[in-house]
Design a protein around this ligand. Structure first.
Ligand code: RB5
Length: 151
């Protein structure tokens, strides 16, 4: 799977770890930055880049890391077609894909450690949208809301 990954200074070190982990697990990684640890950088710049990669289908999934995961999630969801959420447990990471077609995983590097982040990442990239009727119905309602917002 091709996965876009990004992080601000709060998530930079974890991004480097997860990039290596994803590549060693056989995934192709599109690293949108930050490409160096810059304490003054801003998470929306990288969240936008990850989200646009996913929305334009340059990547099938995205992972965006900041200090808490919150700013990453708020910003990523401003791009049409993105369904992102903070998941700091493995259940949410796979269920979010299976039920909600989540396509961007947001992580807080100040909240979770590398080992849990790797397990969450594996849950996220391994999961598939179930497409069950009730989930399609609910996703359709979300997409209607999105269409009203973005046109
Ligand atoms: C940066 O210091 C921090 O505010 C950012 O990484 C993130 O946690 C925002 O939600």
């Amino acid at each position: 799977m091709r996965v876009a990954i990004g992080a601000d200074h709060g998530g930079y070190v974890l991004k480097q770890e997860l990039t290596e982990f994803l590549e060693s697990s056989g995934h192709e990684v599109v690293d949108v930055g930050a490409h160096e640890l810059e304490p003054q950088d801003d998470y929306p710049d990288f969240a936008k880049a990850v989200a646009e990669c996913v929305a334009s289908q340059q990547a099938q999934r995205g992972i965006m890391i900041c200090g808490s995961g919150v700013g990453a999630s708020v910003a990523a969801n401003k791009i049409k077609g993105v369904r992102g959420s903070v998941c700091h447990d493995t259940y949410s990471a796979h269920q979010g894909v299976e039920h909600d077609d989540m396509n961007v995983l947001c992580l807080g590097a100040r909240i979770i450690g590398g080992e849990l982040a790797r397990e969450i990442t594996t849950s996220f990239v391994s999961a598939k949208y179930s497409g069950e009727e009730r989930h399609r119905r609910r996703l359709g309602k979300v997409l209607d809301m999105e269409a009203k917002l973005f046109g």
